[in-house]
Design a protein around this ligand. Structure first.
Ligand SMILES: Nc1ncnc2c1ncn2[C@@H]1O[C@H](COP(=O)(O)OP(=O)(O)O)[C@@H](O)[C@H]1O
Ligand SMILES: [Mg+2]
Length: 254
């Protein structure tokens, strides 16, 4: 059982999509999953359908009032649990950004919840900027999954993520286990293969063999409040996310 942060400082690369579909793929393998939405944009919570509500019921209350994470979990049918986000999370940096204990806050909250005892996997959906929230995710996680969309700016972004993680390692006093996964891969475009080649040249075995194809069902599923498996089980997207999860399990990433 692992704690995975789905992390990239760049927006629109497939973090939320990957967090949800990875969690759903794990759930289909009979593994319990807790998802944590740490993005003030609350896209993952929006996909749930009933999770957007009072700020007191969101992860903001954990930071602001010390509400235990156990009280904030809601059920996500077919997957496990979700701790929802709220737009107020944008204030976490300015209000709680100082002090040495803040970076470990989520780690400690999850420890209290008992997830360190191996009861369930935790998948954290990060926001697209590096601040207290993202650092909380990195400090709490024992694995980082970095989605990289198959375009040149995203390639640059991935190398920036690598530099960030390397810079954090002396602070964390451990190596951050990480994998990069290409998303929105279009086999009709040479550019997708070019990006893949360059990513592997730069990051080697940390790049997953599985790529996530550009797939309309993947893009449509959130509008139906669904993950890819419940929305379109025989789609290319479902096949890819199942293969990614299989690869990560085979390679002991979970
Ligand atoms: N494999 C895919 N095929 C088609 N559209 C995708 C795919 N992955 C993500 N998208 C779409 O790309 C956009 C950005 O994805 P999202 O997961 O929200 O990125 P992030 O969380 O990194 O900002 C969304 O509209 C999403 O539906
Ligand atoms: Mg997102």
């Amino acid at each position: 059982m692992a704690r995975i942060a789905v992390f990239n400082q760049k927006g629109g690369v497939g973090k939320t999509t990957t967090a949800l579909n990875l969690a759903a793929a794990l759930a289909r393998r009979e593994q319990r999953v807790l998802m944590v939405d740490l993005d003030p944009q609350a896209h993952l919570s929006a996909v749930h359908g009933k999770a957007l509500g009072d700020v007191a019921d969101s992860v903001f209350a954990f930071y602001h009032d010390g509400t235990p994470l156990a009280q904030l979990q809601i059920e996500w049918e077919g997957i496990g649990q979700l701790i929802p986000a709220h737009a107020e999370l944008i204030k976490v940096d300015s209000v709680f950004g100082k002090g040495p204990t803040i970076l470990n806050r989520l780690n400690e909250g999850l420890n209290q919840l008992g997830t360190d005892r191996g009861e369930c996997n935790v998948v954290i959906d990060c926001c697209p900027f590096l601040g207290v929230l993202s650092l909380n995710a990195v400090f709490a996680a024992d694995r980082i999954l970095v989605p990289v969309s198959s375009d040149f700016l995203a390639l640059r972004g991935a190398l920036q993520v690598e530099r960030t993680l390397q810079a954090l390692e002396p602070v964390l006093k451990r190596r951050v286990e990480r994998r990069y996964v290409l998303t929105r891969f279009d086999r009709r475009r040479n550019m997708s293969f070019e990006i893949q080649k360059r990513l592997v040249e730069q990051l080697g075995e940390e790049v997953c063999e599985t790529v996530i194809s550009e797939n309309v069902a993947v893009a449509e599923a959130p509008a139906c409040n669904r993950d890819i498996f419940s929305h379109a089980a025989s789609s290319r997207g479902a096949e890819d996310y199942a293969a990614l999860t299989g690869e990560l399990i085979r390679k002991d990433f979970f």
